[in-house]
Design a protein around this ligand. Structure first.
Ligand SMILES: Cc1ncc(COP(=O)(O)O)c(C=O)c1O
Length: 459
């Protein structure tokens, strides 16, 4: 072996650089750094996951010549495909159709087979990519199903690799770790290791508007997910690889914030990252503005690279078509729909309000559903039908607190959410709750949106 050479490319996984952010953080009094996982040979942090999953599979008897199968949004596939090429495995990848063509071509370049499935179906629909992958795993002989959403080897990869690496590189000089939330492997594994080393380290997750995680962490409710454009983060179900309990805080970002920050990271900092990198930094800056302390050292995880997104995030036409560029007026935002109702006193009930009083509030307000709050923070919604169901079942009485029967049958948006996204939120949910810093500041029903658009059309 030549001095300084690696045995093969898989040995180049990890040891990614940590770099200080200088321009996008102007005005903040924290120190912000990024962990450049996008410089891994397979293009993302998923190289660590693939290496660990394959190590475990080989220990359990997988032999070269066998097939690696995965339901992937791309990056895990790229990492597994690279490992498979070096180690002599076949690969089949099942992925949702919202994924970029570049990601699909990237997998095929390694000789992998790619099966594309519809995105607009529920996770338990037999056509969904999760279900198709499960079926292929059973039907293919000598097959290893990587199953990144439910394989404990996923968070373990980050516990064994990312966590110790960050700790060693920084010599423990890290106060906050911020990462986008997908399968949760990164935050759960890295976070576990870092917390073991430094109990008061803060773990902050970043979630896109439309995903389930944010509301669940903030209010314990499973709300209505809706689709968004940023790739790799946010989920419409709860993977078992995600340990939400480990989080100290969670921040929500919308597509526009993610993509504008992605472009800034590239143009101002020379960091050519994908949308989830922009999301993580935008989320970290938001968190730092509210909770950051002078001199605090915040590390943000940058997962994948920008090349795959040149026809989207880095393409002005695509950005404009989707209303993500400022020069594009678009239809407006949720704030415009709320108009004078923004932050106006809302009819709501406290978690401790009795069912009896909730009925009176519904009657007096002439409304059919009531937001339930606790100290101004949204905790759920109660509709007439819920009250009826609980009273008829005999499980609750007129004296029960409504907090106990509140449901999550709504989507949540922010005042800055674009109307195009609000429309997608209202496609499935009855109403959209508008929250700002977790406080309920308005409610939008389908009819409010229709009314707004009709009025806009007349002017
Ligand atoms: C681009 C990108 N960013 C972020 C993530 C989230 O990482 P994790 O699954 O470890 O939570 C993923 C995972 O699929 C990803 O592909």
């Amino acid at each position: 072996m030549m001095h300084g050479a690696l045995e093969d490319i898989t040995k180049a996984v990890g040891n990614t650089p940590i770099v200080r952010l200088n321009k996008v953080t102007a005005g903040l009094d924290v120190e912000m750094y990024v962990k450049c996982e996008y410089l891994n040979p397979g293009g993302s942090h998923k190289d660590r996951l693939a290496a660990n999953l394959l190590r475990r599979a080989e220990e359990e008897g997988l032999k070269p010549g066998g097939t690696i199968l995965e339901a992937t949004s791309g990056n895990t596939g790229a990492s597994l495909a690279l490992l498979a090429a070096v180690r002599g495995y076949k690969c089949i990848f099942v992925m949702p159709d919202k994924m970029s063509q570049e990601k699909i071509s990237n997998l095929r370049a390694f000789g992998a087979k790619v099966v594309v499935c519809p995105t607009a179906v529920e996770a338990d629909d037999p056509r969904s990519y999760y279900q198709v992958a499960k079926r292929l795993a059973v039907e293919t002989p000598n097959c290893f199903y990587a199953n990144q959403y439910h394989n404990p080897g996923n968070p373990e990869a980050h516990y064994l690799s990312t966590g110790p690496e960050i700790w060693a590189q920084t010599q423990g000089e890290i106060d906050v770790f911020v990462a986008g939330l997908g399968t949760g492997g990164t935050i759960s594994g890295t976070g576990k290791y870092l917390k073991e080393k430094k109990a008061d380290i803060k773990l902050v997750g970043v979630d896109p508007v439309g995903s389930l995680y944010y509301d669940f962490v903030k209010s314990g409710r499973i709300t209505k997910p809706f689709s968004y454009k940023v790739e790799g983060i946010g989920e419409d179900f709860f993977p078992s690889t995600m340990n939400l309990k480990i989080l100290d805080d969670i921040v929500r970002v919308d597509d526009k914030e993610c993509f504008l920050m992605t472009r800034d990271l590239t143009r101002l900092e020379g960091l050519f990252v994908g949308g989830s990198g922009g999301a993580a930094v935008a989320g970290a800056i938001k968190w730092a503005k509210e909770h950051g302390k002078k001199g605090q050292r915040i590390m943000v995880f940058l997962c994948d690279a920008g090349q795959k997104y040149v026809s989207k995030i880095f393409n002005d036409d695509w950005m404009r078509e989707n209303g993500f560029l400022d020069e594009q007026a678009g239809l407006g935002t949720v704030r415009d729909v709320l108009g004078a109702r923004y932050r106006q006193k809302l009819v709501s009930a406290n978690v401790s309000t009795t069912v009896r009083d909730a009925i009176t509030i519904l009657k007096e307000g002439g409304i059919s559903q009531l937001p339930i709050v606790d100290g101004g923070k949204l905790r759920g919604i109660v509709a007439e039908v819920d009250l009826l169901r609980h009273l008829v079942s005999g499980k609750k009485t007129l004296e029960s607190p409504v907090g106990e029967i509140a449901e999550g049958d709504y989507a949540t948006v922010t005042p800055d959410t674009k109307i195009e996204l609000l429309q997608s939120a209202l496609a499935d949910a009855k109403v959209a709750m508008v929250t700002e810093n977790d406080e309920l500041v308005g409610i939008v029903a389908k009819i409010d949106l229709i009314d707004f658009l009709a009025r806009a059309g007349q002017s």
